[in-house]
Write a protein that binds this ligand. Sequence first.
Ligand code: USQ
Length: 397
Amino acid sequence: MRTLILGGDGFIGWPTALELSAAGHDVVIVDNLSRRRIDTELGVGSLTPIRPIEERIAAWREVTGREIRFAPCDVAQDFDRLVDILLREEPDAVVHLAEQRAAPYSMKSAATKRYTVDNNVNATHNLLAAIVESGVDPHVVHMGTMGVYGYGTAGVALPEGYLTVTTEGATGEPVSQEILYPTSPGSVYHMTKSLDQLLFAFYNRVDRLRITDLHQGIVWGTQTSETRRDDRLVNRFDYDGDYGTVLNRFLVEGVVGHPLTVNGTGGQTRAFIHIQNSVQCIRLAVEHPVAAGERVRIMNQMTETHRVRDLAAVVARITGATIQNVDNPRTEAAENELLVTNDHLLELGLEPIRLADGLLEEVTEIVRRNADRVDVSKIPSTSLWRRPSRLSAESVP
Ligand code: USQ
């Protein structure tokens, strides 16, 4: 199969490109390298020394003899180029990861909120409109998020995207219908993924586009079986206060002797998935496409749920770190339960990798090897989910 990976230079995109290429797909990475630009903007870098995209691709060719191609393109801005790429490649599948994915970054300032909305909503809409414009018919596999559901599920296991509601019909009889599960995003970033869902529903209904939306939990780990094959293939590892996700951050903090930064009580329960499972799920989705005429397929892409303070306790035990309950910079429920169904991906063959000391040790080992690259000043999360005090008219430029 020929597969385009929009955002194929990023944390999930790069190992997905290798996973699909290793499985025999003809892979084309489409990327504007914005994730590297944002690193520069924030004055941070991946814990692991990731190589330039050209070197990554050359190393993959050298190690495996397989060719991954790179088509530079800003999917959110350069619509005509995107149409050209679709016409030239006629892909069977398009994996869409070309979105700004950090909730704290999306809440940092008016500028980052606007960038996140402009980039993410335009990228998704440009892709859908470009598919219609070009007349090609790829299966779109989009990286969504568990965060569209919100995290208060009142003891009900989250279904996979749709909810059956029963209301009273005009003549008093009960009427059942399936609706998109109502969204309750917790950040501007999560909100863009909620908006994506409406775009998908529309283009699926009106233009019959074939779409899978993967509602993914928090990814942990960094290496996959393919990125491990050569140092030059190493995946990125974010630990800073904007892009680092909670478990990976705790592991870095534990190794460098920084207290584990538990936001609030740490009573937040979230869904998790290891990076190896993440790329496996994307491959399963690509290799089992949605049929013509089928509604948007939504699959919950997670393997287990954990409470933040329980994760901190595990990392403290492994690394000897202390735990610090910091004032939560986010607006989120202090404590929540979370039950999730993930039957679709299990049926397709997902083999869950669960959090285990051995795997945590492997990640810890990578952190130890690169510990001199950690900039401790970038660990605190400074993005506040609160309104600033009111500007005075004179202070507006
Ligand atoms: N947290 C801490 N301490 C930290 C960092 C985070 O206690 O140092 C807490 C947060 O307050 C939050 C939880 O850990 O309650 C998760 O935070 P996170 O930064 O690991 O994850 P999140 O912001 O939700 O976003 C990440 C990815 C995003 C993806 C999402 C899946 O960046 O792309 O969509 O996980 S989910 O959380 O299921 O919506």
